[in-house]
Design a protein around this ligand. Sequence first.
Ligand SMILES: Nc1nc2c(ncn2[C@@H]2O[C@H](COP(=O)(O)OP(=O)(O)OP(=O)(O)O)[C@@H](O)[C@H]2O)c(=O)[nH]1
Length: 536
Amino acid sequence: MNDTSIAQKQLIALKKKLDTAIESRSLLEDDFNLQSNLLIQFISKLTLISKGIDLELDNRLAELRTLFTKSAPIGDISDKISAISKLLQQHSITNEKNIRQMHEQFNQAGQSLQKINGLPDNLRRDLRALLAKTKDNKDALIQYIPLLSQLLTLYDHALNTKTSLPTKGLLQPPALKPAVQKPLSEIELTPFDTSLLEKISISLSSLPLSKEHTNDLLAIKKKLMTDQSSDEVLHHLIEIFDVIVADFKDEQSSAKNFLTHLSATLTTVQSAVRETIDSHHSTQLTHDKINKKLQLQLTEMTGSVEKALSLNQVKEDINEKLLFISKTLEQKSKFEQYSHKQLAEKLDEMSAKVELLEKQSKIFDEKLAIQQQKSMQDALTKLANRAAFDDYFAKSMVRFHHKPFGLALVVMDIDDFKSINDTYGHTAGDKTLQVIANTIVKNVSKGVFVGRYGGEEFVLIYSNVKQEALLTELNNLNKCIASLPFKFKDTKVSITLSIGAAHVGSEDNIHTVFERADQAMYKAKKQGKNQVIYST
Ligand SMILES: Nc1nc2c(ncn2[C@@H]2O[C@H](COP(=O)(O)OP(=O)(O)OP(=O)(O)O)[C@@H](O)[C@H]2O)c(=O)[nH]1
């Protein structure tokens, strides 16, 4: 083989190597271009998402994109990326702060809405469900948007029910339009808003007044529901204030009387005790005197015996001294009788006073107990009220978490109760509430807590019940209520309940279990009312 052919062979081999290197380089270039494109696309998307959040971030992302498009040196790209990372880190901290703030604002606004009196039950229920959904912080601000929209809808409903908005919270109440001055005759003839009257009437039912004043209030309540011109309503409202003030004054003067009696009796008992102590002192002194006299007489007698010269003289002396001693003893016995009698009289007097004091305290204790019972009792149905329910349920939950037992909560709501009020009047509505309350009490097992949660909603707490037994009892109760022979204005009316029930589980707290029972009741309403739904 000559030199030329060797060189040619080497040339061919070199060309092959060169071709392979070019191919690899173009593959690498394709790969790099693909990755760059992907990165550029990613940066573009990131730019779109973060657009408007921060101008500096916008600019830096645009610069990074240009660096990639120009295939700039990796050092420049890496510097840009680290600056962007720092910015994003700051944003993440601000974002977390914003989420926390939004969470607080959201809940504050929800709770402010909850505090408004007279919200319709379904609105209140929806609000409770919404607040339960936002109990924990969300991961992103964006998740609050649908929740905020729901909250705004609830505020809108609340506004439409014409209740006043709270002054604090997410939304401020809209500025009121200046009232237009109407002619006096027109004002007097304007009928009063009946829903407002209903609310006043419901609040009146829960006032814990004395029996006499409660009857007065009931009479005014009746008039309030029939006379509805502004003038008449105003007059009845003043009457109501008068009754409340009179009850308050009675209560105050009865407490004052008791305290005056108590103070007088205490003073007499105190002076009797002081007198007894004084007389005990003087008795003691007299006793000591007599004892000393006796001692002296005995010593004298011993001395005269020792000094006597004859037996006759001893006899005479002793006789004389014994006479003195017997007189002193007689004096001592009389004195003792007298002081015993005096002490007994004083003790009798004192025990009579203490007895009186005990009687007065007992009366006051009973009054306090009645007052306390009233504050835990619903005035209309005489069932336990919401405060009593909260207290009982909280205690039951504590017991349950200490040692689990068959604890179940039931929420009941009268179906279409508004139409009873609207068609047959508020008094018929009140009567219905009373009859239903009595029927519930009569038809549930012994030991079940029965309370009026508010409006036409009742709650039961079972302390030891299994699911099957609970459902049997609730279904029977439901049938019993549905078959009650209500008759208003000669029309037979059937009234039904929607019932939701749930057992307490180890993970539950007061709110979660109430929510489940309430949701079950709501489901019963949605599925056609007059039924029991158990939440598993
Ligand atoms: N008479 C009377 N009515 C009351 C009392 N408390 C609440 N209400 C009325 O109960 C009604 C409840 O109405 P809604 O919340 O619309 O419920 P509903 O008509 O029962 O409808 P559903 O719950 O969907 O079956 C309102 O008209 C309240 O005024 C009360 O103490 N006495």
